[in-house]
Design a binder for this molecule. Structure first.
Ligand code: SF4
Length: 245
């Protein structure tokens, strides 16, 4: 890479991490302890995108550790997935002071790194955790309360917005909502794996307007019919369906 090349020229995740370096590109560099890049299986077909590192993440350099990470692990286990099988990162890579919301400038500065991570990992399904990553990926400012649990398509990928796992820590009633949304995510995964919603995951990961299908009328685990309806695809298994897990 030539000096000044952007993240889009990085050929792999290691090169991208090297490109980010000891980043001083936005004000969050001043207060962070450790930049949190992302972790998990870099070839996973399922990617989770949170908001920003919290206190424990800032100290360890790992995404989703501590109480919210424990909730995420439990939710993953509830749908038969281990953390090691997925890739997890955040919209911004450094902790906002006091866990405040990330500022627009910080998101604008840091998000090209996430865009390149998406391109390199090339997931079939993206689960956005919370308002900020959902708004960025879908390029909308609609409330997460409206978006969660629904299936969107962006650049050939399936995107499922979900509340941030930390919501369950502050509002006990959100736990059941999270569990329900994870069941819907599992239904999307099953639909893809069965070949009934094969689609095409392309390198075009630029955020854009997604088409939507409301899975809320489908019972957990039965979202496939609604998904197939929106894709215009017959509900027959495709022999070349990818195995996500
Ligand atoms: S949040 Fe992103 S842009 Fe800002 S300093 Fe950290 S890595 Fe760099």
């Amino acid at each position: 890479m030539a000096l000044g090349d952007g993240p889009g020229t990085c050929p792999d995740l290691a090169a991208l991490r090297e490109h980010i370096g000891d980043c001083q590109r936005c004000p969050l560099s001043v207060s962070r302890t450790t930049l949190v890049y992302g972790s998990g299986d870099p070839s996973s077909r399922l990617m989770f995108i949170g908001e920003a590192p919290g206190k424990n993440e800032d100290l360890t350099g790992e995404p989703f550790v501590g109480a919210a990470g424990k909730v995420l692990d439990e939710l993953l286990a509830s749908i038969g997935i281990e953390r090691s099988q997925v890739y997890i990162t955040n919209l911004v890579k450094c902790r906002p002071p006091g866990n405040r919301d990330p500022e627009p400038l910080e998101i604008e500065t840091c998000s090209p790194f996430l865009s390149r991570q998406i391109e390199l990992i090339d997931p079939v399904v993206i689960a956005t955790l919370g308002r900020f990553s959902t708004h960025y990926v879908l390029q909308t400012d609609a409330p997460i309360t409206v978006l969660h649990g629904r299936l969107f398509r962006v650049g050939g990928r399936r995107v499922v917005p979900i509340f941030h796992p930390a919501a369950a820590l502050y509002d006990g009633s959100k736990r059941a909502v999270l569990e329900d949304d994870f069941r819907r995510l599992r239904a999307v995964i099953d639909r893809v794996e069965s070949g009934a919603d094969l689609g095409t995951a392309t390198a075009d990961s630029a955020p854009g307007t997604g088409t939507t299908v409301d899975l809320s009328s489908a019972a957990p685990g039965e979202g496939g019919a609604a998904t197939g309806a929106v894709n215009g695809l017959p509900g027959t298994p495709d022999p070349e369906a990818p195995t996500l897990f």
